[in-house]
Design a protein around this ligand. Structure first.
Ligand SMILES: [Zn+2]
Length: 201
């Protein structure tokens, strides 16, 4: 019987690949999930090294601008010692919103790699494309859809959990008789709205 040529512990993932770095961004996203934040994570890579990692912290910092990308870009600027991130790649688990895409253009980031697309609010080609806007002074390369299913599953699970918690709270209010009058009908519209917001932290 021939022994296999390749040892079984041979790494399957290329440590310099987009899939690998997206894995690090996904790890950040799960930290956000655990903290009760919309699960989005980001890392910044320069010369094959991660120089910044961050997750969404809007609730914790009570700051609507505390998206994973914004926090990661700020960290990266500190690491580089310059506001220009011309040789950096941003990995983020969800397509960036217009605010973050604007920041990406301002720091002159070379490339953005994202996971799940956001056709309603995404600014990297989903709803609009600010990363390659013809009249802006910087355009960056875009690699969409890297490990998007993992990111999508995490967002779905998060919002399903939140919905369940709200329904439970509503049921408890009703049971204790404290519920507002006329609250005994379910509003299907609110669920639809939540579903629409599922990609817009
Ligand atoms: Zn954003």
């Amino acid at each position: 019987m021939n022994a296999p040529e390749q040892p079984s512990e041979e790494p399957v993932i290329d440590l310099g690949s987009d899939a690998y770095f997206m894995g690090e961004a996904l790890r950040q996203a799960s930290r956000a999930y655990e903290a009760g934040e919309v699960p989005v994570g980001a890392v910044v890579v320069r010369g094959g090294r991660i120089i910044a990692r961050a997750h969404n912290q809007v609730e914790c910092l009570r700051d609507a601008t505390a998206h994973a990308e914004m926090l990661a870009l700020t960290q990266a600027q500190e690491a580089v010692g310059d506001w220009r991130l011309t040789d950096c790649t941003l990995y983020v688990t969800k397509e960036p919103c217009p605010m973050c895409a604007g920041a990406v253009v301002h720091v002159r980031c070379e490339r953005v790699v994202f996971g799940v697309p956001d056709p309603k609010g995404g600014a990297a080609g989903g709803a609009m494309n600010l990363l390659q806007f013809p009249t802006l002074n910087h355009r960056c390369a875009i690699t969409p859809g890297v490990r998007s299913e993992e990111s999508r599953q995490m967002l779905r699970a998060f919002f399903a959990e939140q919905r369940q918690r709200r329904e439970l709270e509503r049921a408890q209010e009703k049971a204790s008789g404290d519920g507002p009058a006329g609250d005994d009908t379910d509003d299907p519209g609110s669920d639809a709205a939540e579903g629409g917001a599922f990609l817009s932290p």
